[in-house]
Ligand binder design. Structure first.
Ligand SMILES: Cc1ncc(COP(=O)(O)O)c(C=O)c1O
Length: 451
């Protein structure tokens, strides 16, 4: 197989989408429901590192990373090799029927890698949503309480409970109810659009006091089993809370005996320059949820939690047929070795710094860029029509994304109004690829803003 070039990666041979992709799009429209949507109208032939080649031979740089799934890159050779080796021995046993070592090895490695001194245990499931569902079940059993607290702009998945926990109506919930009971929602620390009209740092984290007051008024802290929070909101628009916010939430949880669940499905596995984003705040969550980049694309998710909390559930109360599939566990063990290496984490931080610098430079030149948000390699910019009114520039965001993929860069939007450009390149992206991608993005801005 021809290796992708390291310099001058992009190669566009056809219009985008090309003829073979168009053919597949037609078949897709005939046989796959429209509810399963897509961001880029091409079909992939192969992928490696930070690069995709489509079925028409066009080569793209990937700033979506399968929605935060390939922090370690597409098809890292040692992961592919571990999966091949595992596939040659057994594919499925079901850990609840007969044990296998790779599950225990991974549980041990994650228990040791998770932040905080308290001994941990780990259980595996298949998707981020299932990790959230199980985290809440465990918290309910551990506390004997029912209520769950979540936040505006949160995204926790598409199952009944996680859709309920998710903040935005469209597209995730519209007409898809009824929703799960005992879910209580509060404003998040979205400083660019503060729910209380305050500004940081002058506000003195007013939102924390308001949260505690609202908690007591709406439900009573003593009735709450779990607080589920993303350390940086992902689908919500890469909303980075100010320093002290997460720690404040954790303290409120401690005060009322609420299980603090950090949903690190999108923030985890090196994306923010640390293995887990809560490490930036020096917090030890009671339960920490992992998925996405944990296994480089094989379906795997997990709940890592304080042993005492995890063991609250009786035998058979949690689990599942495929949870901790041997192929996924074998992949994840290698991914963890790749990512939990100081050099890799530092590289993630460097990629993030370059992206954030690019965004801030753009912000100086283009009034369209209202806000730039970054934590390590989790970088986004929120686009507005007017910096005073902050009216979302939704159509402009869509136009930039379209220009980008037509010129070889795969990009994702996020946010309540679809006006946030978020960057999730595999963290193995080379400097040359990064610069090439950023020059497409600069052109996209110029083409949409006319300068
Ligand atoms: C923070 C967060 N939690 C949960 C999920 C749901 O994960 P999955 O799509 O694997 O169910 C996502 C997916 O984007 C997410 O970003």
């Amino acid at each position: 197989m021809e290796a992708f070039n390291q310099v001058g990666t992009l190669r566009l041979r056809t219009e985008i989408p090309g003829p073979r992709s168009r053919e597949l799009l037609e078949r897709r429209a005939r046989y796959v429901p429209q509810g399963v949507s897509f961001a880029t109208p091409v079909f992939v032939e192969r992928a490696e590192g930070a690069v995709l080649e489509d079925v028409d031979g066009n080569v793209f740089i990937d700033f979506a990373g399968g929605i935060a799934v390939v922090n370690a890159g597409h098809c890292p050779p040692r992961v592919v090799e571990a999966v091949r080796e595992q596939a040659g021995r057994f594919l499925h046993i079901c850990f609840m029927v007969v044990g296998y070592q790779v599950y225990v090895d991974l549980a041990e490695a994650l228990a040791k890698a998770a932040p905080g001194p308290t001994p941990k245990k780990v259980m595996f499931v298949n998707s981020g949503a299932e990790a959230v569902e199980n985290g809440v079940k465990i918290a309910r059993k551990a506390t004997g309480r029912q209520a769950v607290v979540c936040f505006d702009h949160a995204f926790h998945g598409r199952t009944l409970l996680t859709m309920t926990l998710t903040g935005h109506l469209t597209p995730y919930k519209d007409g898809l109810g009824p929703f799960a009971p005992e879910v209580y929602r509060f404003p998040y620390a979205y400083c660019y659009r503060c729910a209380y009209g305050r500004s940081y740092p002058g506000c003195g984290l007013y939102c924390l006091g308001a949260f505690e007051e609202g908690l007591e008024e709406k439900v009573g802290g003593r009735n709450v089993a779990a607080l589920v929070v993303e350390p940086v909101q992902g689908e919500g628009g890469f909303i980075v809370p100010p320093p002290g916010y997460l720690r404040g939430l954790k303290e409120i949880c401690q005060k009322y005996g609420i299980v603090f669940i950090a949903d690190e499905v999108q923030t985890g596995f090196g994306r923010t320059g640390k293995l887990f984003a809560v490490e930036h705040d020096g917090i030890e969550p009671d339960l920490l949820l992992v998925a996405k980049s944990i296994a480089a694309g094989l379906p795997l998710a997990g709940v890592i939690g304080k042993a005492e909390v995890m063991d609250a559930v009786h035998k058979g109360g949690i689990g599942g047929t495929y949870g901790g599939n041997p192929l996924s566990c074998a992949a994840a063990l290698e991914v963890l070795k790749i990512i939990n290496d100081p050099a890799f984490l530092a590289r993630g931080g460097q990629v993030g710094e370059r992206l954030a610098r690019f965004c801030r430079d753009l912000q100086v030149r283009h009034p369209l860029v209202g806000d730039v948000r970054a934590l390590g390699g989790m970088v986004a910019m929120e686009l507005v029509k007017d910096r005073e009114t902050k009216e979302p520039a939704t159509a402009e965001t869509a136009a930039i994304i379209q220009y980008a993929y037509e010129h070889g860069l795969i990009l994702l939007k996020a946010g309540r109004y679809g006006n946030v450009l978020r960057f999730l390149p595999p963290l193995v992206i080379t400097d040359d690829q990064l610069e090439e991608a950023l020059s497409v993005l600069a052109d996209a801005f110029a083409s949409v803003t006319g300068g």
